[in-house]
Design a protein around this ligand. Sequence first.
Ligand code: SF4
Length: 256
Amino acid sequence: MKQKQKETILSEDRETKGCGTPTAGTDAGNGGATQPSMTEQEKRALALEVVRRLKEEYPDAGCTLDYDDAWKLLVSVRLAAQCTDARVNVVVEKLYEKFPDVDALAAAQPEEIEEIVKPCGLGRSKARDISGCMRMLKEQYGGRVPDDFDALLKLPGVGRKSANLIMGDVFGKPAIVTDTHCIRLTNRMGLVDGVKEPKKVEMALWKLIPPEEGSDFCHRLVYHGREVCTARTHPHCERCCLADICAKAGVEATAG
Ligand code: SF4
């Protein structure tokens, strides 16, 4: 029955294109043989089904960084590089006790910020970026976070991943957040083919994921990546809601 679901999802495109070639992606999970990757139409169909199932599985998935103001999410997302969200959520409480608003953080010396944020790792560079970012917010945006992707990218320490997160979570705009879970899972599923560079994955997903679903979809990938499609061990394909439609690219045949 499950195999039939997968065939149904993929078959429309084959019929449309008059192509009888099996299209399960580069599927090391099915014996290690490299098979032709899916067509863009097939990937779009697969993406819609993945979005639908993950929505059912994680209906309330949201950002796992705590924040109650846009500038705080900017701070947290910078601290989250190579650090767990749980630790960031603890550290920022201490940071905001001492520096409760943009003005206070902008006025702080980077060394004062570093002293508090160093448990997150990379303390010096993170403190320098947070300081520069808050100063720019104060001087150029009146202490507010701009709701413009390119403006966000100009803030110190803010890359495409962070800018997308802000656009999606704070401003409710279309966003694709390509973190490590997103990159790993979309490769395994066959939505992208051996693409590891975050910007390339982002651009590929823009073509596949409905814009209004992008932000929540990426949050759900984080949940799924932590709970089921894990990085360090074999993923738990045997209890995955996507097992019958996933290409399992790069997954050992013994997994699941
Ligand atoms: S756990 Fe297995 S079936 Fe599920 S998304 Fe990951 S590789 Fe695919």
